[in-house]
Each structure stands twice: as C-alpha cells, then as structure tokens.
Design a protein around this ligand. Structure first.
Ligand SMILES: Nc1ncnc2c1ncn2[C@@H]1O[C@H](COP(=O)(O)OP(=O)(O)O)[C@@H](O)[C@H]1O
Ligand SMILES: [Mg+2]
Length: 230
C-alpha cells in the first residue's frame, strides 16, 4: 500500500502541495482530478521521488521511501508514466522497452506478456517511437513502465490527446492490471467521466490541496464538476 501523508512541496517560495494525503491499496485505482496547475503532476512526481518534499512522508509497503532516489523507488516496485509520455522518438519500440530494464535485475528480458496487453506494440517492435500515433506512444509508455513488474503504477494523464477508441483500450488495461494483477494504481485524469467509470476512489485537488475525496458513488457529482470547470 502507498500512503502519502501530509505532503508539502515548494518551488522556491511557491507553495505547491499543502498537506496532501493520498492512499492506494493493492487492487485499487485512485484518480486525482483538478484544474490545470493545481499540483497533480507535482504530487505524482513527489511520490516517484522526482521532486523533494519539504514535509510529510511517503510510505510504501510499510517503509518510508521519502528520501530514496527515483531509481530506488522503481526497484522497490513503483512504475511511473510521465505526463506527455516521454518515450524516446529515435529508439525503436523494442529499444524503448529495454531502456526500462536498467531498473530490473540483471539479465531480465522484456516480458512477452506485455504484448498481450498491447498487441499493437508486438506488431511495431522495430518501428521508431516517434513514428507511432499518440495513442500508441501512450501504450508504449505504459508498457515500458510495466517492464519492471511494478506493484504500484502511477500514470499522469494517460488519456491526454488520445482518440476515444484508444482511451477505451487504455482504460481496460488499467482495470485489468488492478483487478486481475492486484496492482495499486494512481492516475491523474482530465476527463471526469473516464475517472468516474474507472476509479475506486477520486481525489479532487484545488490549489495544492485535496478538496474532495471519496468513492465516485458517494461524491456529489455537481460539486465535483464545479471544482473541475474553469
Ligand atoms: N519545476 C517547477 N518549477 C516551478 N514551478 C513549477 C514547476 N513545476 C510545476 N510548477 C508550478 O506548480 C504548479 C503545479 O504544477 P503541476 O503539478 O504541473 O500542476 P498540474 O499537473 O495539476 O497541472 C503550477 O503553478 C506550475 O506552474
Ligand atoms: Mg500535470
């Protein structure tokens, strides 16, 4: 289980996260929602160790990992898919997947099972990442994060700029990873409907704080939408 406890994060004098707490248990999908600039990506980056927190604690499987480097967090079973995907455009699909093996035990290979989740990647193994569509690049970024067999998967706006049919596929994969492989999933999402249908719990952020949180069926949808509309 992942527990972010009262996280505070600053960029210089700007107070970006203010006492943010969030939990994700194995098998559970938690969606973080909020307008642009409220600190969603910063929260995920803090959990992954890409931003240093000023106060609070990040506890993963019972251990305080707040001071660990991102690579060590990856070794401990946390996978991260950044906003904007950040695949390597000049490397092939195969090579992109292999870059993730640096965090895996020596001699590890790219798991053939990955291609059952994303059949299109098997077909395009030798194609360059930059030649894939946005949706295919997103699938590649998720597959790359899964290469190390994480027990917590963190996804930052996996549906951003992607066609509806691929959004549906990505949603199905995320659900399968949580429900059949018992992965904990934390995702930032811009589409309320997608998050509502997929997540077990929602956390809505406003200006660096979690303003509302709960199961989709227990939250007041109108109140949530009000916090999300510009
Ligand atoms: N590296 C950084 N340095 C300074 N300010 C940043 C940095 N990254 C993000 N910010 C600012 O912190 C706030 C939250 O950003 P971010 O976490 O990316 O929000 P979101 O993902 O919700 O859109 C924004 O005001 C953004 O401009
Ligand atoms: Mg963001």
């Amino acid at each position: 289980m992942l527990e972010a406890k009262s996280l505070d994060l600053f960029y210089g004098a700007s107070h970006c996260l203010r006492g943010v707490s969030l939990q994700a248990r194995p098998g559970e999908i938690v969606a973080v929602l909020g307008r642009n600039g409220v600190g969603k990506s910063s929260l995920l980056r803090a959990i992954m160790g890409l931003e240093r927190i000023r106060a609070g604690a990040i506890v993963w499987e019972g251990a305080d990992i707040s001071a660990l480097a991102p690579s060590e967090r990856a070794r401990r079973g946390i996978g991260y898919v950044p906003q904007g995907r950040e695949i390597f455009p000049f490397l092939t699909v195969q090579e992109n997947l292999e870059t993730a093996l640096a965090a895996a035990p020596r001699g590890s290979k790219v798991d053939a099972e990955l291609f059952d989740l994303f059949p299109i990647l098997r077909q395009f193994l030798r194609r360059r990442g930059g030649d894939l569509s946005g949706g295919q690049q997103q699938q590649l970024a998720i597959a790359r994060a899964l290469t190390t067999r994480p027990r917590l998967l963190i996804l930052d706006e996996p549906t951003e700029g992607i066609q509806p049919n691929v959004i549906k596929d990505i949603g199905q994969v995320i659900r399968l990873l949580a429900k059949e492989r018992n992965m904990a999933v934390i995702l930032v999402e811009q589409y309320f409907e997608f998050a509502q249908a997929l997540a077990d719990r929602l956390a809505i952020m406003v200006r660096g704080e979690v303003a509302l949180a709960g199961r989709p069926d227990e939250l007041d949808e109108a109140a949530v939408r009000k916090l999300l509309t510009v």
